[in-house]
Each structure stands twice: as structure tokens, then as C-alpha cells.
Design a protein around this ligand. Structure first.
Ligand code: UDP
Length: 538
């Protein structure tokens, strides 16, 4: 017993000594606050001041060393939402000697990942902003393994989906409020701060109307690796043991209701000759929902955060998103973007209620549930008359909220018609073979030979070898694209060729220098890189 205690004491003194002598060490990746993640040794946090502290000493390191640019606007984004001014991270600086006058530090021995959750009460935000980014930030740094501990600093309590965050590591995650119970001055032995944005596909409309991110860097493959991990942790088996195919209607029970849900379920079952079941976040456990969705052929739901569960659909399944009256499906596409990510292999269908008779509005509810009674009469009338919510910024547009929280009586024939335009026979899951798309390498040993005939005619014979990786691949169709550009001109002549050599004579002039660009194309749309440009003089 005393041995153990003294061991801890020695560790404590060693840790304290290291902190005082070495100070804080920080090395970051990323060139801007929006793409930065920092690794710290001996980063401290005052639970009273609610500030992180960087201690300067002889061995401290601060890279990047930004000077006051560290505040323009911040060192980094703590959440995965880009450049949101409520989500910035910074620290205050002190000389290590100040520790003599401060509360005794409490050391956090676990490797820490420190971040903000963006909106932990909303399932779309939970997956898109938090769980996927945390999972892939942990994949990026090898010491962020299952023994790492998550620290959520945004200030919310655990929230209804905390069990999901707990799946990401073996240690209980801690939220800001809980840190106070640990001590007045916490020092993280090793900590990573910030989240990778590499998996996010949607921007919520803070600076421009919402829509897919401009440069999406994630594919279905990475999404499915993540869902596989989550399903293992949830004890939901992956194998498609149940042979029976079925449709899942994901219903909301509080607002944005489907008013004729029973009729809808009957119609779907009849049309597709499949069992049709309903689930809701209120009535099913999360693992049950995952289990049901991961074997479903089709998922039907009103627009809303619960649709992020299409993450768990099997390849080949169909997502049907229902939009209330006056809401243009093209303007709200977080779930469409997800379903249509390359390699997700889902079919996506949007249906919109276009009939005023079939919508129920709630003008007298509080503003955050779509009420408009607080607006002046003219504005209320304009909203009620309008047939489409104009594009808008996040997050409090009353016309959007008014329309988003309508209930809908789904016009069954219209819905079935829309689904049937895409789903011709029985809906998926298809046991499709792996259709991974591999790109060609550069063509090799490109050569050209010119021949001049008289003063006005010339020929250019160009040949090359197959890309190096082709000999290990089975490719349905291999083609070559050749561009011939006269030196100094902006335009070029493009050719698509099936063989590894070709003699060009059209528009080839004698005594001219041509630049020849060659690349390989697999299966029509997998474009390889251009080989080094060939210079050919006729
Ligand atoms: N939610 C639900 N049933 C309801 C209403 C909401 O399960 O009847 C869930 C919804 O899926 C989301 C959260 O509650 O996770 C917040 O819903 P909200 O309507 O605010 O957001 P939205 O779904 O429009 O993103």
C-alpha cells in the first residue's frame, strides 16, 4: 500500500519537476487555424479561469510560433465546423515559475484528445461533426488509441447521445463541467487539440446558404470503416443472416410528423411486397435501430437528423427523404450528399409535398419550433402565402423553421411514383462485387518520331508503354488520351486511342515544335496522370 502511494508520489514529483523545468511543448500540423491540430506535452487548464495555460521555460516549444497572429482569429478550431467563432481554441501564457504561486497541478496521465462537440443533441451533428471526425483524428495519431481519453470543452452536459461518444475509447469521456471535480489546475501529460475536418461533407450555412462542402475528401469506404467499428462496439453483427428483405420507416414522434403513417406503411409493403417496419429514436434503442437499418433494403423518413442513420444502410439500399410543403429538397442536402458519396453505393430519392391541403402548420408555437406569431402581420402573411422558402443562412430563419416543422399527409400515389422512377424492381441490398476504382499510373517510355513530306506536310509517330500497374490489374477497358499542342499555342488537339502508338498527320506542320501529352484511362472515367510532356520537332 505505502509502496504504491510512494510510487505515485515519485511520479507526481517527477511530473511536476518536468513541468517546471521543461514547460509546455507544442507542435502542430496545418497552416491555418482551420486545418490545425496541435500536439502538446504539459498543457495545463485552470478550471477556475476556464483557460488553457502554456508554461514557458528553457525547453518549451511553440510551433507554429505565430506571435499575436495566434489571436487572428485563433490558434485553431476546436470543433470540426469550419471557422465558427464560438469554437476557437487558444491558451494564455505564463512563465513556469508562476507555478510556485498556483494551485498544485493535478496530472492527467492518459493521452488526451481535447475538442468541442458542435451540437450533441442532434444526431446529424453528433455523427457528422463529432463521431466521424474524432474517429479519424484518432486514426491520424498513433498514440490516440483506445486507451486515450476524450475531453469535450464546449460546455454542454453529456447529452442524450453520450453513449455513442463512449464507444470511441475505453476511457470515460469527460465534459468541461466535470473537470472542476478533478482539481483547480489540470495538466495534460500528452494532449492533442482540435479535430480533423477531412471526413465532413456538409456546411450548415453560416456564411453562405447550406450545401455540400466545396471539396469533399471522404468516400463511402472510410464511412463504412467507421460504421463497422461502431457496429462492433455496439455488438451489432455485420452478417446479413436474416434472408427476409424489408423496408424501414424512420418516424419522428414529436414534430415534422407523417400524418398518415399507417397508410404509408401499408402502401410500401404492398407496392414492394416487403415487410415494412417503423422505428423512432423515442421508441427504440440505438443498437436496435442500427441492427434494423443495417439490413434494410429501403429507409424512408421525413427530412431530419435521424436520416444520418443511412450511414448504416447496406450497399445497394435506397434512401427516401420526404420534404414538407414549400421546402425545396435541392436546398437541404446533408443526407443526399451522404447517400451519394462515391462508394456509399446508396440510391437516393427525394419527395416533396407540393399540396397545401396536405400540410399542417403551427404558427402559434414558440419561434424555435416554427411559430411565426411573434412576427408582424404583413410578414406572417407573406410567409403563409409563399410557395417556397427562399435560400437563407443558418439558423433562425423564421420562414424556414415554420415550414420545417409542418406535419405532412404523404400523397401515396405521388410518392410511389417518384420511388418507382428509380427503383424499378425490388429495392437493394445488392450483393454486388467489389467495384473499387483504381486509377492508372503514367504511361512509360513515350517517344515520338517526326517525318516531313515536302514543305507543307508532316507526320508525327508517337508510341508509349502501358502504365506499370496495369500488368497487375484486370481492367475492362484501357484507352489512351493524347493531346497535341503546338508550342506557344493555348489550344490542343485531343485524341482517344486504343493502341500504344499512333501516327498523327492531320494538322501537323513541318518545322514546328509540338508538345505531346499522354495519359491512360481505365473504364471510361478513371483518368490517370499525364506522363512528362514529350517535345517533338517536325
Ligand atoms: N427528433 C426525433 N423525433 C422528433 C423530433 C426530433 O427523434 O419527433 C430528433 C432529431 O432526429 C434530432 C433531434 O431530435 O436528432 C433534434 O431535432 P430537430 O428537429 O431540432 O433537428 P433536425 O432533425 O431538423 O436536424
Amino acid at each position: 500500500q505505502s509502496q504504491e502511494l510512494s510510487q505515485v508520489q515519485i511520479d507526481y514529483h517527477a511530473a511536476l519537476q518536468a513541468l517546471v523545468e521543461d514547460g509546455t511543448r507544442m507542435v502542430c500540423t496545418g497552416r491555418m487555424h482551420t486545418d490545425r491540430i496541435c500536439r502538446f506535452e504539459s498543457l495545463c487548464y485552470s478550471t477556475e479561469a476556464e483557460e488553457f495555460i502554456y508554461f514557458h521555460s528553457n525547453s518549451s516549444v511553440m510551433l507554429p510560433n505565430l506571435g499575436s497572429r495566434r489571436f487572428q482569429p485563433a490558434l485553431l478550431d476546436l470543433s470540426s465546423v469550419e471557422d465558427h467563432n464560438t469554437q476557437y481554441f487558444n491558451f494564455v501564457e505564463l512563465p513556469a515559475a508562476a507555478l510556485n504561486f498556483m494551485p498544485k497541478p493535478v496530472f492527467v496521465p492518459d493521452v488526451a484528445l481535447i475538442a468541442n462537440r458542435f451540437n450533441p443533441d442532434n444526431l446529424m451533428h453528433v455523427f457528422h461533426d463529432d463521431l466521424l471526425p474524432i474517429y479519424y483524428t484518432m486514426q491520424q495519431f498513433s498514440d490516440l488509441d483506445l486507451e486515450a481519453r476524450l475531453f469535450f470543452m464546449e460546455g454542454w452536459s453529456e447529452g442524450v447521445h453520450f453513449d455513442l461518444y463512449k464507444l470511441l475509447s475505453n476511457k470515460q469521456p469527460l465534459v468541461r463541467e466535470q473537470l472542476k471535480t478533478l482539481g483547480r489546475l489540470l495538466c495534460f501529460t500528452k494532449a492533442y487539440v482540435g479535430l480533423s475536418k477531412i471526413t465532413t461533407w456538409y456546411q450548415y450555412g453560416f456564411v453562405q446558404p447550406q450545401g455540400p462542402k466545396a471539396n469533399i475528401l471522404v468516400s463511402g469506404n472510410e464511412i463504412r470503416q467507421f460504421t463497422k467499428f461502431m457496429m462492433q462496439k455496439l455488438n451489432v453483427s455485420m452478417e446479413e443472416s436474416s434472408s427476409e428483405e424489408y423496408i424501414v420507416v424512420f418516424s419522428r414522434t414529436i414534430n415534422r410528423l407523417i400524418l398518415n403513417e399507417a397508410e404509408l406503411i401499408l402502401a410500401l409493403a404492398q407496392e414492394f411486397q416487403m415487410k415494412t417496419i417503423t422505428v423512432s429514436l423515442e421508441e427504440h434503442s440505438f443498437s436496435d435501430i442500427v441492427r434494423l437499418i443495417s439490413n434494410a433494403s429501403m429507409l424512408v423518413s421525413m427530412h431530419g437528423a435521424q436520416l444520418v442513420m443511412s450511414l448504416f444502410l447496406p450497399r445497394g439500399a435506397t434512401v427516401v427523404e420526404l420534404f414538407p410543403y414549400a421546402i425545396n429538397p435541392e436546398h437541404y442536402t446533408p443526407y443526399k450528399t451522404l447517400a451519394t458519396l462515391p462508394g456509399m453505393d446508396l440510391q437516393y430519392i427525394a419527395w416533396q409535398n407540393t399540396d397545401r391541403e396536405d400540410t399542417v402548420t403551427y404558427p402559434d408555437r414558440p419561434w424555435d419550433q416554427g411559430g411565426i406569431a411573434h412576427l408582424d402581420k404583413a410578414e406572417q402573411e407573406r410567409i403563409i402565402k409563399n410557395t417556397e422558402v427562399p435560400r437563407h443562412l443558418c439558423c433562425r430563419n423564421p420562414e424556414w423553421l415554420f415550414r420545417a416543422y409542418q406535419d405532412t399527409k404523404v400523397n401515396i400515389p405521388s410518392l410511389i411514383h417518384v420511388i418507382r422512377q428509380t427503383v424499378k424492381s425490388k429495392p437493394g441490398p445488392k450483393k454486388q462485387k467489389w467495384s473499387g476504382s483504381l486509377y492508372p499510373g503514367k504511361v512509360r517510355d513515350a517517344k515520338c518520331q517526326a517525318s516531313v513530306q515536302g514543305t507543307s506536310e508532316a507526320k508525327l509517330a508517337v508510341s508509349w508503354q502501358i502504365p506499370w500497374n496495369l500488368k497487375y490489374l484486370k481492367v475492362r477497358e484501357v484507352k489512351y488520351e493524347v493531346w497535341i499542342q503546338e508550342q506557344g499555342e493555348n489550344t490542343y488537339m485531343p485524341y482517344i486511342l486504343s493502341h500504344q502508338n499512333h501516327t498523327f498527320s492531320e494538322n501537323i506542320k513541318p518545322f514546328t515544335i509540338y508538345l505531346v501529352w499522354i495519359r491512360c484511362i481505365f473504364n471510361k472515367n478513371l483518368l490517370g496522370p499525364f506522363a512528362d510532356v514529350l517535345l517533338c520537332s517536325t
